[in-house]
Design a protein around this ligand. Structure first.
Ligand SMILES: [Mg+2]
Length: 156
């Protein structure tokens, strides 16, 4: 039996504002795996439809966040119902609607997220929390190695 997978957009899909970790290649593979997919977002439904049309991906539903329960009524023959999103609001409506909430920043990859090389290639922004800024520049590899190896001075 198929899974039903509802995607939040902003902060979840790579096409979101800001871009999330789930790529359109992943979404296409979810379809190839036979799953029923669509979006559930605060964005107007027409906006959601335009996004999918621009990506050339045919989805089974596009709903506002508080309408997720309608999706479960429409598609009764699914093994499991997931809503993948990035915020507490996603969690709230997922649980209210009988969906399993999947927090995109910390989720275990689903089988359809693996590419032909058996790798999970998240979107260019990675999986960090939305709006999280790096607090300092990354250390250079050289500096990291030096810091990790005890220096003669440290031995007294
Ligand atoms: Mg979001």
């Amino acid at each position: 039996m198929p899974h039903l997978i509802s995607f939040d957009i902003d902060g979840t899909l790579v096409t979101g504002n800001g871009p999330g970790p789930i790529t359109l290649d992943m979404v296409r593979r979810a379809l190839e795996h036979g799953h029923i997919i669509g979006s559930c977002s605060d964005r107007p439904v027409q906006d959601q439809k335009n996004m999918w049309a621009a990506a050339g991906i045919e989805v089974s539903f596009t709903v506002l966040k508080h309408k997720l329960d309608d999706v479960k009524v429409r598609f009764t023959e699914c093994e499991v119902y997931y809503h993948i999103g990035d915020t507490d609001m996603d969690k709230h409506y997922a649980q209210l609607s009988g969906f399993e909430f999947v927090q995109v920043q910390i989720m275990e990859p689903h089988p359809w997220m693996f590419d032909e090389d058996n790798e999970v290639k998240w979107g260019p922004q990675g999986r960090g929390m939305p709006n999280q800024q790096p607090t300092r520049p990354a250390a250079t590899p050289h500096a990291t190695i030096e810091a990790a190896v005890p220096q003669p001075d440290a031995w007294g």
